[in-house]
Structures are given as C-alpha cells and as structure tokens.
Design a protein around this ligand. Sequence first.
Ligand code: 1PR
Length: 568
Amino acid sequence: MVRLFLLDYGAGNVHSIANSITKLGHEFEWISHPDDFRKATTLVFPGVGAFETAIEHLSAKGLLQPLRDYIDSGKPYFGICIGMQVLFQSSTESPSVRGLGCVPAPIEEFSNEDKSVPHMGWNSIEFMDPEDTEHYEGMDQSSHYYFVHSYRAKYDESNLEAAQWVHSTAQYGREVFVASVRRGNVFGVQFHPEKSGVAGLKILDTWLRESESAQASAPTAVPRGLRPPRARDGLTKRIIACMDVRANDDGDLVVTKGDQYDVREKVLPAAASSSDAVQAKTAGAVRNLGKPVALAEQYFAAGADELCLLNITSFRHSPLHDQPMLAVVRAAAARVFVPLTIGGGIKDTVDPDGTKRSALEVAGEYFRAGADKVSIGSEAVYAVERLLECGGKGDGTSAIETIARVYGRQAVVVSIDPKRVYVDDPSSYPGPYKSELVYGKPDGLEKEKGKAWWYQCTVSGGREARPLSVVQLAQGVEKLGAGEILVNSIDRDGTGLGFDLALVRLVKQNVRIPVVASSGAGKAEHFVEVFEQTDVEAALAAGIFHRGVVQIAEVKAALQEAGIQARR
Ligand code: 1PR
C-alpha cells in the first residue's frame, strides 16, 4: 500500500503543499516521529525558510539521520526548495551547518551586483536533456514556476559528479543555476510547485501518480557541458491583486477599498433627488466590494501572479488563535495556488486575556495558516526610527529581524505608505531631504507642474506622518532584513492616474531587494509604463480589479504586446 508522508520541520508555510496534495485527491500523513520514515513509501519534504533553521530543527527533532537513511534506502523522495537544498553539501547561508551531502556541491548566495536578491517570481526552466521526455516529471519548458530564494546551486559543468544530478536549470540575471535535480529515487526542485498555479500542480500530480518503481529509478544524467547564459533571463514581471479586508458595520469580513485610504462610502451633502436615495442609504458605510476568499479565488483563476490580503482592522478583541483573518487565510490558501502575502497587525500584540504575543508568533500563525509572506507596515517605520537612533545597527528584536531569521528574508515584505510633502521654493529648500526632492515635469500632471516634493513616511494606514523619508525607510528595512518592499502612494491610491513613477524609481534606486509598485493603476497601459520606466519587479492594483474596470488578462496582454515578459 502506498503511504505518502510529508515532512514538516516546524517552520514556514507547509500547509500550501498539503492543500495542493489534498486538492489533487491524494492522501498523506505527516512525519511526526523518526519511526514514520520506515512506514513511508513516498516522502515529500516541502522545505521553506532558512537552511540553518531547517537542518537545526530536523536535528533537534531527531529527524535528520532518519531522513538520510530514508534517502539511502532508495525509496522515492521529492524535495522542494530547502527540501532540495538540504541534499547538497553545505550552504553559505550557514557555513557551520552541513547538508546531507548527496550532491557534492555547495549552495551559495546570488550576486546582487546586477539584480535584486532574493530571486522572487515566475521563471522558466530548461531541461538538461530535452530528449528525455520520460523524465520530465510533469515539468514543461514553456511554463513558468514560482521561485523565491536568495541562495542557489550554481550550474557548474566542471563539477562532473554534481552535474550528473542536474535535471534542469534556470537563469536569473547572468547566473545559471540548478532548478531541479533527478537521480535514482531523488527528485528535487528549487521552485515551489505548490505555488506555481496549474503548471505546478501538474508536477506534483505527475510525480504522485507515477509507480513507485518509476519514482525511484531515474537514470544518472550524462553531464552536458557548458550552459552559457542567454541574453535575457526568463523571469516575468508579476501582477499582484490586493484585497484590503475589514469587518463592516455588521461584523462581516469584506473586501473594501477607499480613495486615499478612506474606505467609507461618501456622505452626500443632502440626499435631494430620488436617484440619490440608494447612495444615501449606503453613505458612511464601509464600502463592500465582495468576500475575500471568493475574490481571491476569482483572481487566481484570472491569472494573478500573486495575491495580497491586508487586514486593515486590528480585531483587538480576538485572541491571536481566533483572529478572523486567520480563517480567511486558511480558506484562501486551500483554493489558490499562487503566493499569498498577508499584512496588517504583524507586530507584538496582547491577547484580551493579557497573554503577550510576539510579532514572530503572529507571523508564525499566518504562515501555518497558509501565508507565504507577511507584510509589515507601521512596525517597520518604528523599527527604522530605532535603527537610526542606534547609529544604524539593528538590535535584533524588531519584527523584521526576528521573522527573517526564522523564516528567511524572502518571507518578509515591508509595505510602506509614503505621502508627498510639497516644498514652497525648491531652490532655497534647506531641509534634510534635498537630495531626495522630486520635481514635477513640464509635461506631467497639471497640479505637479513647477512643484517639488519629498516623500514622508506614515503609519496607521496613512493617518500619522513620521519624521522619516521614504529613502531612509527603504534603506533601513533592507538593512534589517526585509526581502521585498511594497511601495504604496497615499497621493495616488484609488485615483487611477497611474503609478507614482518618481516615487517607485526613487525607492528602487536605493535598495537591492525586489520592489513592488502600488497605488494609482487606472488602465492596463499603466502597468506597461511602470515596467518600461522603472526597474520594479512587480506591480499591484486593487480598485480597478475589484470594480472590473480592467481584467488581469488585459494587463498581461498589454505587457506581452510591449515586449515585457509576463506569465500567461
Ligand atoms: O501598519 O502593519 O498594521 O499594516 C497595515 C497595512 O494596511 C498597511 O500596508 C496599510 O497600507 C494598509 N492599510 C491601512 N489602512 C488602510 C485603509 O485603506 N484604510 N489600506 C490600508 C491600504 C492601500 C493599498 C492599495 C493600493 C492600490 N491599502 O494597499 O491596495 O494603494 O490601490 P489602487 O490600485 O486602488 O490605487 P500595519
């Protein structure tokens, strides 16, 4: 009898793989004891997070040697991300920790000289032996798969023994790295099939439906020699749909959306005419644009590359375990198979009974519920203020630092809400942000002409301004260990005027981690504009998608027409 086991070492979002496998109709059990390895006939290790955390947790739970024995026994093994990396000898992420050493090569960090690190997004793969269709394992050179990692195994044709393991490669910037390994009973992929939409589910399903003997008998690859980088890598620009979630006045969770963060329907001066009657009835109520899980499912089906759910009310009266948002995340994660970011309230909190919950615990609950990344807003601003007060060195206690240490920096997004501060006379502006001033263009918006401004950071959904510029914040959070920055614009939010290109460019030029442009998208061409005129990796929109003004497919088509790589 087939007994499929999943290995969870206790950190990161392993529920996504469980959800995918359930969705595909397979049954599984969790490895909870070293003896379970003996019962398993097939093992999937969906490693998420940091190499060191993975190895240490496995050792501490007495699972490392049984894992090694399982692999040596010849029974089928499928490792994902860190589950593939542990097969290697070592990782420069944690030099003191040894991997399983099946593949005699190191895992090293990507260079950020010519690109953002982490490598985050949908990339293509290239088989080592395209003729060997029998061992594609459901993978496809015309598909894109979701990668999220800072460390990789370089493709090194001179290391013949390691090259015999390589099944496919991918390219990021000029670096060609190992995307999958396949030999004997072992299959490992650097990307996340459980987050790679239909194309990823196909890989899992193909592998799980293979006979045990087919799973356990891939031939040793014949090393194929040099694989020089192509002119352009296969990474696509990501399109993200964002849902602001809050309780309405009846206590139901709804997706809402405001203009410049005011989510209540406008109150009319006087509901004079009968045509205003409906509007008058809803005036002042929280704008209701749909149910979060249903919308998430809809956006997944429509081709969104990633989804973002922001909890914009704090649910102060619920203990952490009963946070209504957790139920939303669980339900969404069971239905959508692309990355899910959760934001709002990722900070140290206190349950109604007085129990203290650290930001790390809060994030952990969301990861276990099925979130892939958490997004930190206000807390990030306070953390950078402390960082600057302490002379630019983090004390290790901030939410960014603690979460990145355990779950890896790729799991930590910082969502920033800057606001323009106009300067009366730029030529004589003596302020501290002179080098960050942006000047309105003669061919720009009417209200920007002849003006200059800098961007000030805010907290509490834009309600409070802080003495920090956007550049200080962006550089500070990168230093603290954030893996990505989501740049909102309070001035552009909900306006449909297009992304604030100057703001996005300013942030992008000052960091080496991926940046997501947000706020102001009004038509498909705005996405083309932001990718042509800035180097951001992704663009996010809310209002136009919720209101059906623009479909995600239209955005993708516009990008492809403009020669910008997009996932279809
Ligand atoms: O401070 O860590 O609890 O995080 C709170 C998070 O919730 C922050 O990311 C903050 O931006 C967000 N937030 C707080 N209040 C609101 C609100 O609307 N009242 N939503 C709010 C912010 C704006 C964007 C929006 C883009 C694109 N939402 O995320 O999705 O501007 O909109 P558009 O395409 O319609 O222009 P913490």
